[in-house]
Design a protein around this ligand. Structure first.
Ligand code: DGL
Length: 263
């Protein structure tokens, strides 16, 4: 049986990429809801409905566990999805805890989609770990769209980021928490804008470790190499991606993500 990895778009590939490093012997269904991306600019009710449809689809593809590789989907839908479906459902949330542990005497910036930034889930997380009030949350409407256009390093991106960070003194920050899986593609660009020693933190390794532990505990971890060479089936809003050009694009995105892992 396969593991379902879900996002509104290409951001979830960053989570899948990390999971495949941690669990290379598993097979995967990757579902990107490209018909409805970006989720972060929709209502909670809409996102809940889209996530439900995607989870239902992955259950019908006989997935044994599902990863919501989307902070926005996790923040509004993880509890109802766990109540509705029987299989393990693993979510992702901004890696505030490790950032608070490492920040020294500098500040921590969490960047996220508008929904994630305003939902109670993030406020509760920050309240739990940030006793001294060192965390600033900055919503980034529009950045997911740039990622979907594969515009990661350009003048346009620089202009967008400079405007988004205009009210902040970036030299005050030692930690940048990526609160959206799409933002992993911009790590090299963030490095150009923030101070040299900025630590860029994301939740993907945490999710991969969590998933591995859950599979082990449930006795459903796969320890033998998959029979098929292609260990991932890619779907766009329920449609199998078979177009060679599109698969090539996904391959290139994985290559970029591998480079981003070194930053
Ligand atoms: N990758 C999703 C996340 O982590 C992006 C949400 C969106 O589509 O706006 O939040």
């Amino acid at each position: 049986m396969k593991i379902g990895v879900f996002d509104s778009g290409i951001g979830g590939l960053s989570t899948l990429h990390q999971i495949m490093h941690t669990l290379p012997d598993e097979e995967y269904v990757f579902y990107a809801d490209v018909d409805h991306v970006p989720y972060g600019e929709k209502t909670k009710e809409e996102v809940l409905q889209y996530v439900d449809e995607a989870v239902q689809f992955m259950v019908s593809r006989k997935c044994k566990a599902i990863v919501l590789a989307c902070n926005t989907a996790t923040s509004v839908a993880i509890t109802p999805m766990r109540q509705k479906y029987k299989l393990p459902i693993i979510g992702i949330e901004p890696a505030v805890k490790p950032a608070v542990m490492h920040h020294g005497n500098k500040r921590i910036m969490v960047i996220a989609t508008p929904i994630t930034a305003r939902e109670a889930k993030l406020a509760n997380l920050i309240h739990r770990f940030d006793e001294e009030g060192n965390v600033d949350v900055v919503p980034m409407p529009g950045l997911v769209r740039l990622a979907q256009d594969c515009d990661f390093v350009s003048e346009h991106v620089m202009e967008y980021l400079n405007a988004a960070f205009a009210g902040y003194d970036l030299t005050q920050y030692s930690e940048l928490v990526l609160g959206c899986t799409h933002y992993n593609y911009f790590k090299d660009t963030f490095s150009m804008i923030f101070p040299k020693d900025i630590e860029i933190v994301d939740g993907n390794q945490g999710v991969a470790n969590n998933l591995k532990n859950i599979l082990k505990t449930c006795g459903i971890i796969n320890l033998s190499t998959p029979e098929h060479q292609d260990s991932v089936e890619y779907y766009y809003s329920g449609h199998l991606v078979s177009d060679q050009k599109e698969l090539e694009k996904i391959h290139k995105l994985h290559e970029r993500l591998e480079r981003m892992l070194q930053i």
